[in-house]
Design a protein around this ligand. Sequence first.
Ligand code: FE
Ligand code: FE
Ligand code: FE
Length: 168
Amino acid sequence: MNVATMEDLYLQQLRDSRNSETQIVKALPKMAAAASNAKLKAGFVKHLKQTMKQVERLDAILERLGKSAGRKVCEATVGLIKEGSDVIKESEEGDVRDAGLICSAQKIEHYEIACYGCLATWAKLLDRADDVKLLETTLREEKETDEELSALATSGINDDAMSQESSR
Ligand code: FE
Ligand code: FE
Ligand code: FE
């Protein structure tokens, strides 16, 4: 699409985030299945439910704009999810993999925080108060998820991973 105005840019980036979230909906069950730590597993499942709601929020915004979701592919999310699946492929089940899964998930959350931060700011500039509410709700969820992942890493998983002996 041709991006000439802030309205265009807003739409382009809404579509990018919508595609990103649908990719994440597919990836989170795999991350949950690969995790050993019960709290980490539960955290991925919880964020899967939130992520499904986040897709609905973007759909509601697009519908209000009278626009389709389009066919944009978020290439950043393709890459970030690929990094996560590499961590799974290249590690055994256990604490070291869990530490890697947390890192992969936090890379995704940080990307999302940047996306929703911009979208919420632009929605304000464009006087779209209803959109602002939805975008800020999602932004809050991404920030909370990032903080919960940090807490899981530093309250045990990293220390447990440090005591993992080489298997080779
Ligand atoms: Fe999300
Ligand atoms: Fe993107
Ligand atoms: Fe997220």
